[in-house]
Design a protein around this ligand. Structure first.
Ligand SMILES: [Zn+2]
Length: 464
């Protein structure tokens, strides 16, 4: 590592901490639009404040209609590297114990507060990296530009606006995830299965069921109302279910129950306990009436067996040459007196095609007696791990941290999903959970220094 960078990062940590505190004091959560504030006043205030910091350190800025502010290292250099971060944050939420969400404090070597690690802290690390290079008078041949968005958490309309006006740079990284580097984001394939089949009112029937709040989340609650059951009958079946799957339950009366599982992001369904699928499993322990509606309900766990996350029930299990496997999870459940509908979320690897996903799933689902519908597939985001750009970033990371650098694939999407040559790069070091989006979000101070050093080294290696 360049020693000038190291001393700069260490000598300026107090200033960096102060800038992070000030930026995090602005509660830039999405709110109603106002004039010149498409994501609300606070989002604009945070964006402007970020822009002012760039100006203060000598970088000229361009405002893109209050959606995005960009800051150039040197406007006279040909644009080559973009760094994409954001100044908006998710809502504070409940459960903060170390500090108030928008009042950053330092405790045990960490900065606590909303935005310290997602993404205000890392964004300012990138700014300090540019500063380190400028103030150490290290010359660059190619331009580097920080692009600050203000709507990453709620739809990324911001960068859509930016790229309507500007070309994508040769290379882009986003300091909005973890080190070492994410070069593959799986594609997405979602679909609905539905059927009309009325309740016939004889024997035991599932009158209604709801589970799930979002397509991208494993449901942690499932509610159901039955016909022809008793409290005892339900309790006996629920106890049997509990022997098979780690759920809890509540029985309200002879007919109504709730099953309690564990939520998880749809890209990592194995971390959850799917309450909806557990409820459908429960039906096999009840003397359900023999009719078409119940045989359809019985098909759903065959298509999406509880505890199976690879999509094999609908014929789409696959693993690509990078070792990434498809995941699939059924996340929305809706049954009423007239029929039923379910929605699944699948994250697909490099080898996924319309043929081996969409058409195959359609065949399985229609053969099981359901109508299938899908909004189509979103392609995989992939930057080759052996590209010059990725190699340079990983070398800078290894050089500064002494840790092994390798590119990884994930199921979720990041800020660079739609860019041709964009990767997520830092800023959180491996093995740390900084509780992004949760209560007591934090960023270790050492991690801030390291991030400044890695980003500065990467910029020098790529643009020097
Ligand atoms: Zn973020």
């Amino acid at each position: 590592m360049d020693q000038r960078i190291k001393s700069f990062a260490e000598d300026h940590i107090d200033e960096l901490k102060k800038d992070i505190k000030d930026l995090c004091a602005i509660p830039s959560v999405l709110s109603d639009p106002a004039p010149q504030a498409p994501f609300g006043e606070e989002c604009r205030r945070a964006l402007r404040f970020g822009g002012k910091l760039c100006e203060r350190y000598g970088f000229k800025t361009t405002d893109y209609d209050n959606y995005v502010i960009a800051a150039d290292f040197d406007q006279d250099l040909p644009r080559y590297l973009d760094i994409l971060g954001h100044t908006d944050v998710v809502p504070a939420g409940e459960g903060w114990s170390v500090t108030e969400p928008f009042k950053v404090i330092e405790k045990d070597g960490r900065l606590y507060g909303r935005g310290t690690s997602d993404d205000k802290g890392p964004l300012l690390c990138a700014l300090y990296a540019m500063r380190a290079i400028k103030e150490s008078a290290i010359p660059l041949k190619r331009g580097v530009r920080i692009i600050m968005g203000s709507d990453e958490e709620t739809g990324s309309i911001d960068i859509g606006k930016y790229y309507e006006k500007e070309e994508e740079a040769e290379c882009t990284f986003s300091p909005d995830a973890e080190f070492p580097l994410i070069n593959i984001e799986k594609g997405m394939f979602r679909g609905d299965l539905s059927a009309c089949a009325s309740c016939e009112g004889e024997g035991v029937e599932l009158v209604s069921m709801t589970a799930g709040v979002a397509t991208n989340a494993v449901p942690n609650r499932a509610r159901a109302e039955f016909l022809g059951t008793s409290r005892q009958m339900l309790a006996a079946a629920l106890e049997k279910l509990k022997e098979k799957v780690p759920v809890d339950y509540q029985i309200y009366d002879d007919r109504e129950i709730m099953i309690i599982g564990e939520s998880a992001h749809a890209s990592t369904p194995e971390k959850g306990v799917n309450a909806g699928l557990a409820l459908l499993m429960l039906l096999s322990y009840l003397p359900m009436a023999d009719n078409r509606r119940n045989s359809l309900l019985g098909m759903v766990p065959k298509l999406f067996p509880y505890g199976v996350y690879d999509g094999r029930g609908i014929g789409i299990d696959m693993t690509d040459r990078e070792g990434l496997s498809l995941t699939a999870t059924l996340d929305l459940f809706n049954v009423d007196e007239k029929g039923m509908s379910f929605t699944f979320d699948s994250r697909v690897p490099l080898c996924a095609t319309e043929d081996n996903c969409l058409l195959t799933a359609r065949r399985y689902i229609e053969e099981a007696g359901f109508t299938f519908d899908s909004p189509g597939m979103i392609p995989v985001h992939y930057v080759p791990g052996d590209s010059d750009f990725v190699k340079k970033l990983l070398n800078a990371y290894q050089d500064v941290t002494g840790l092994p650098g390798r590119a990884i694939g994930i199921g979720g999407g990041t800020y660079v999903h739609d860019l041709k040559n964009g990767v997520a790069f830092g800023a959180v070091l491996p093995g740390i959970d900084t509780r992004m989006h949760g209560a007591d979000e934090f960023m270790p101070v050492d991690n801030l220094i390291t991030a400044v050093e890695v980003y500065a080294q990467a910029i020098i290696d790529i643009c020097g």
